[in-house]
Design a protein around this ligand. Sequence first.
Ligand code: GEK
Length: 242
Amino acid sequence: MSQDDIFQKPLTQVVDFVFNKAVVDVFPDMIRRSVPGYDNIISMLGVFASQYASEKSRIYDLGCSLGAATLACHQQIPERHIKYYCIDNSQAMLDQCENNLKKHMPEASKTFVCDDVRNIEIENASMVILNFTLQFITPSDRLALIKKIHNGLQPNGCLVIAEKTLFKDTNTQNHMTEWHHQFKRANAYTELEISQKRAAIENVMIPDTTETHLSRLKKAGFQHPLQWFQCLNFSAFIAEKV
Ligand code: GEK
């Protein structure tokens, strides 16, 4: 696995972050050193799949990157004949995802679509995964996307969402931000890397508060959305379609 050195050198101008080939090569290292609890969330998606994924249904991994969430699900339920739909609008990500999943789950049915998740039809789904993807969607489009997912889920299916989250209270927000930077320092990112990454991502990744996530899920038709995970300013939710 290659080490993330994308922001190691001083840049004359920090441009908006894109999921290009350079990012693909370091992605597993980048996400683990940047997102506290990432591995824990990935493995819990497999646990949720074992409860919610019904025989011959579809699982959609929206913003799949390298396919870690899909693989975690498949490993728990290899016998259920699930049709996996891996969606990402980065061709570089999707190509590497396809390589990974063809290698690690060759027997499973899987479709790879390079498109914006807003353009994808969702049908016959028993599980839809938005693992650190919703935060990259224009905020005004988020409710429509969640409603579309609700419509495409089977009864008793679930939507799982993980995100970086904001806090209404300034004191809490400041602590969480500082502790997150401390987490990155502990994972050997320098001050320059932390600040250049922050500048590159701030226009493209727009987090919501936990309250916004839960109320939007309710507006979209999910009756009892739950937050099941928090580590610093990273949270995960699960919402069952009744
Ligand atoms: C994981 N889920 O490892 N449509 C489709 N894909 C998109 C869009 C969009 N509008 N916007 C961003 N992406 C993964 C991690 S990473 C999270 C998800 C992160 C894609 C983008 O190309 C990238 O692959 C992914 O969403 C976000 O479980 O890097 O913080």
